[in-house]
Design a binder for this molecule. Sequence first.
Ligand code: SF4
Length: 496
Amino acid sequence: MENVPDMALDRGMWILRTMVDELEELGYSVAERVMSTSDLGVPQFRQRFFLVALRDRVAFRWPTGDGVRTSVRNAIGDLPQLEGGWRPRNGDDPDDPVASGWAEYAEPVSTFQKRMRAGLPAEHQRRVYDHVTRPVRDDDAEAFALMDSSTRYSDLPEELQRYRDDIFDDKYKRLDWDGLSRTIVAHIAKDGYWYIHPDQPRTISVREAARLQTFPDHVRFSGPPTSAFRQIGNAVPPMAGEGLGAAILDSLLTAEREGFTTAEASRLLARWFRSRESLAIPWLRGATRWQTVVGETALSRLPAPVAQLGWRLVAAMPNPNSTILASDALRLGLAPLGRGDRANDLLDIASTIETAGIDPEDATEAELRALGVLAPAVIDLAYRVHPGLADDGSDGAVLATVATVRVASRYFGESVDENRNRLTEGRLAVARLIGGEDHSHDAHLALLELGNSVCSPGVPACAQCPLSGSCAFATTRGFQLQLLDPADAADDVGIV
Ligand code: SF4
């Protein structure tokens, strides 16, 4: 399955988690990733979400690509010079000269171009079809002549700007011969100015868009150019499909079984969290939403024993009013922990909430956010611990913190850069471990607790971890793991 990354990366990632859950229940292994299709030879910046599910839990291994990027020049540099608005006159169908007409073609130069020309019938070797584009207005031709690939719309002389440059700063974009194309989209016919040819005064042709999307030249499109552009932009680039298809075939032939399911990992995590007597982040068990807010605001990132000491004080304040009433004790208690300033912050937050007449236990996320006094991360956590009506109707945000991403990336054996990729790969990996509905609440809290205790940044204490039975990092560190009781395999793992 392929889609735009936003399909999977919404706040709660609920659709993705549900799909994984249901596919696993049907006996499939599931792998998902946001990939740059340029890694598979597509000459575009085109990030897409891919989900691969293989029957009988066969493990999927992602293609690695050959690391060679295809530039715009390598993709379309062999196509003949073209004038905007030109239409072929040499078609053999008098009613449809555009579709049946062609431009004269010389010969391919790059490896990519040779691949694109493969499969053409002998009589078409000197022809290129669909090499048509829209007419160019005189003022646009003048603007194009002033542009190179780094020119922004606002750089153009005012008399050549037809749109507001504050809104349409990237309205015109010239492709760079030596770079990747921007993403070929379905509405390219309307937004052709995003794809100005690297050195000709026109937008790209249907065939050039097809090449950038890696359709070989023998593939034709149905209907007029507008419709052809839509078919091209909506497609999965064939070369990306080919790379993934080959990887699926390899995986099926290797037929290794996937070592874990999300449902199992989620169950182990939830069970571990429920059985843990003392937490490094005690406010993950705050009895009220306000207590979680207080704990996270006042005590976050303190060493566990210090946080636990502070928690004894703030846990006695179940609501904003009780916090205000205990203001002196709060200041006195937090000062020795180096958090005296946070006491004042908390008291400001408590009085704002009280003045607004809001009860944090009944409030929606949106209502608390609207007050503007709580950090978004604190609200996200409070609603994770005590779910309520989330902004997007989900069961709350997937919390891809440095700690949860560390656990998830170690578990999957992926080098997720904790900062750069936290919003994509990191969130996907975290969502994968918390799973669907059954155990996701406690599994999510377990990941936060694990990342702040057992799976620490230095040497993790894998012997105490509920995931050690299938964790890639633990395995590569030489742990020998075995299930303690095969009859209850999903519940207990141990180390020998
Ligand atoms: S087994 Fe070790 S490395 Fe893997 S998640 Fe657990 S603590 Fe972290």
